[in-house]
Ligand binder design. Structure first.
Ligand SMILES: CC(C)(COP(=O)(O)OP(=O)(O)OC[C@H]1O[C@@H](n2cnc3c(N)ncnc32)[C@H](O)[C@@H]1OP(=O)(O)O)[C@@H](O)C(=O)NCCC(=O)NCCS
Length: 205
């Protein structure tokens, strides 16, 4: 899918590579075990990570990652090992689209998943990832994106609003985690010029 790295500050946005899988899943698992921004309770194990890779490793739903500019490709695995020892990470954040529904009529709508390592939040990484994801919608044959955001997740709400998403509804007390009842805001984005005529357009002649 997105082959060309895009520079944006001291990091590049590029397509995910096999060596990014472990750090990407580790980032997700930290949120699963420690936060309410994802309602999943059970961390990804190796089998779940492989299923994730089957969807996001290539093709229409390929994930994109933010990694430090100038990162040496061949040494990515070694660099990743060094994270545990306090070295530089290979994945500062990642973003992907997920099918909204298996029903064919929803084929050109997808849901956003975006995660930035807490050490790199507030530095423009999330905005660069989301903008690149939006720019890739035409080549992915997508016309609308949905984000489901926990109602107190101000950072994600502001990020999506800044990138052109609009509020489409609030589902109250739809989730539970760590003993809290949680609300979810739905935000939607329409890819410019990608919508076919609606029934209303046809009625207006
Ligand atoms: C939401 C998240 C992806 C934002 O990534 P980020 O790299 O920190 O965001 P950026 O630095 O690119 O900021 C983009 C915009 O978001 C808003 N924003 C980011 N952090 C914010 C905060 N803590 N409070 C208020 N607004 C914030 C700002 O409007 C900012 O725009 P600006 O730079 O023009 O002011 C990141 O906080 C994150 O990974 N959170 C945990 C996971 C998560 O919630 N994922 C989304 C699930 S729906």
């Amino acid at each position: 899918m997105t082959k060309q790295p895009r520079t944006s500050g001291p990091f590049v946005i590029r397509a995910i590579r096999p060596e990014d899988l472990d750090p990407a899943i580790r980032l997700l698992n930290r949120e699963i075990t420690g936060g309410v921004n994802i309602f999943r309770l059970i961390p990804f194990d190796d089998a779940a990570a492989q299923r994730w890779w089957a969807l996001h490793g290539s093709g229409r739903y390929q994930a994109i990652v933010a990694s430090p500019a100038g990162e040496p490709t061949a040494e990515a695995s070694a660099a990743e090992e060094s994270i545990a020892k306090g070295g530089s990470p290979t994945v500062m954040g990642w973003a992907a689209v997920v099918p909204h529904s298996a029903y064919e009529g929803y084929d050109r709508t997808a849901e956003v998943s975006i995660w930035v390592d807490e050490r790199f939040r507030g530095q423009g990484v999330g905005k660069a990832l989301l903008r690149q994801l939006l720019a890739s919608c035409p080549e992915r044959n997508l016309r609308s994106l949905i984000s489901r955001i926990e109602s107190n997740n101000v950072a994600s709400l502001r990020l999506h609003e800044a990138c052109g998403f609009v509020h489409s509804g609030l589902l109250k007390d739809i989730g539970e985690k760590f003993g809290q009842s949680l609300h979810v805001a739905f935000l939607q984005y329409w890819v410019p010029d990608a919508l076919p005529p609606t029934a209303d357009d046809a009625a207006q002649g």
